[in-house]
Design a protein around this ligand. Structure first.
Ligand SMILES: [Zn+2]
Length: 111
């Protein structure tokens, strides 16, 4: 028998935790594993200036993120000369992806 509160193990005939005064349970529920964050890449932004701007906005909105620079040129063996500066790919947790994409569209989608 276990106490659900302090997780102390008791012998079978004990029905209540002597410390917490709560009824004991047969088995402790499994501890919830720390939820793994699923990182999703945002649409690549042109140049580090945009990347910095996006990071700034994400920071302001308290959206966790990390940036991988030159991901495109590395992944596709492209020469960086074809691009206006390096391409940066910003990753955000899946649950923030939609919000982040909207923020970038507002940022980059100036007409
Ligand atoms: Zn207890």
């Amino acid at each position: 028998m276990f106490c659900p509160k302090c997780r102390t193990q008791y012998i079978e005939n004990v029905k209540e935790c002597s410390d917490c005064k709560v009824p004991l349970i047969k088995e402790l529920p499994e501890e919830r594993p720390i939820e793994k964050v699923k990182w999703v890449a945002l649409p690549p932004v042109k140049g580090n200036i945009y990347a910095n701007m996006v990071e700034e906005v994400l920071q302001k909105k308290n959206i966790p993120h990390f940036t991988k620079s030159d991901w495109f040129s590395t992944a596709y063996s492209l020469s960086g000369a074809n691009y206006l500066g390096a391409r940066s790919v910003i990753f955000v947790p899946e649950e923030h992806h939609e919000e982040a994409v909207q923020l970038i569209e507002e940022l980059v989608g100036e007409k």
